[in-house]
Design a protein around this ligand. Structure first.
Ligand code: A2P
Length: 282
């Protein structure tokens, strides 16, 4: 087992079971961080238009000397670009910035929510998704999915979708388990990715995690990532620090017990963004 262990998507493609996150990686540090990640063995890189760092991701990938086919590159369409035509244009813009002919996975970054769009939210998400299906048919995205969709957003999308999302990327870390959304996705053959799997560092000093980490001779970050893996999730840890980029890959020389997993499942309010997609105003 390694971070590139292939996980099957509903369309038969595979995705490496750990990805390198770039949320909050400054654009001018991205090329170096991603190059460091590639050196450490990551082949799955996660970016988004709104991160402003797709150019750096693309440069690191293209200049790595590693073949394009070995990479799994994900980007996301931002909230201002919802709707059929705007989504198509946004995806083309991302491909241009990345300097790639296709992405391995394209995600709708956030669902349009009722708070901002009222009864129009559902139709807007449906229109955005129609563009995703088109991009999938055209081969510009080898797989398509969503991000920050809760079960009810997915149920609404099901009413009009021809292709079911293959992935849902949601915030998951100790203290923010999201068991309901995970279960819905896993019951419907949707692979779940965990964004901010370290709770943006905030959860890493928690004594429950520290005790488990000490027992295994590991770091609390590694315990958090292992917990996600043992739940069948694909964690996307972000770091710009070479030693951490490497240590976040060392997840396969220990196994958490059922009791340890349950102890982490039960943690609540221990930090991290903990965003509720129905409540956000962006
Ligand atoms: P940095 O990028 O300065 O190394 P998340 O993936 O949950 O969004 O968390 C990212 C945050 O966690 C960043 O602040 C990152 O810092 C930090 N981080 C990443 N890996 C580790 C690690 N192994 N130990 C401690 N902090 C880490």
């Amino acid at each position: 087992m390694s971070i590139n262990n292939p996980v099957s998507l509903a369309n038969g493609n595979t995705i490496p079971n750990v990805g390198f996150g770039t949320f909050q990686t400054p654009p001018d540090e991205t090329k170096t961080a991603v190059a460091e990640a590639i050196k450490a063995g990551y082949r799955h890189i996660d970016t988004a238009a709104i991160y402003g760092n797709e150019v750096g991701v693309g440069e690191a990938v293209r200049e790595s000397g590693v073949g394009r086919g070995e990479f799994f590159i994900t980007t996301k369409v931002w909230n201002t670009e919802r709707g059929f035509e705007k989504t198509l244009a946004a995806a083309e813009g991302s491909l241009e910035k990345l300097g790639l002919d296709y992405v391995d996975l394209l995600l709708v970054h956030w669902p349009a929510n009722y708070l901002q769009f009222g009864a129009e939210a559902k139709a807007l998400n449906a229109d955005t998704w129609r563009a995703f299906e088109h991009l999938y048919e055209q081969g510009r995205a080898k797989a398509i999915g969503v991000s920050n969709f809760m079960a009810h957003h997915l149920e609404a999308l099901e009413e009009t979708a021809k292709v079911r999302p293959m992935v849902n990327q949601i915030e998951v870390h100790p203290g923010w388990y999201q068991a309901n959304a995970i279960k819905w996705c896993q019951d419907h053959d949707i692979v779940v990715e965990a964004w901010s799997p370290l709770g943006q560092q905030a959860v890493l000093a928690h004594p429950v995690l520290q005790e488990i980490a000490d027992r295994h001779g590991k770091e609390t970050a590694q315990v958090s990532l292992r917990w996600a893996l043992q739940h069948g999730l694909i964690p996307l840890p972000k770091s710009v620090t070479p030693a951490r980029i490497r240590s976040n890959t060392e997840l396969f020389d220990f196994v958490l017990s059922v009791e340890e997993i349950q102890a982490i499942d039960k943690l609540e309010n221990i930090g991290g963004p903990c965003l509720r997609p129905d409540d956000v105003l962006f």
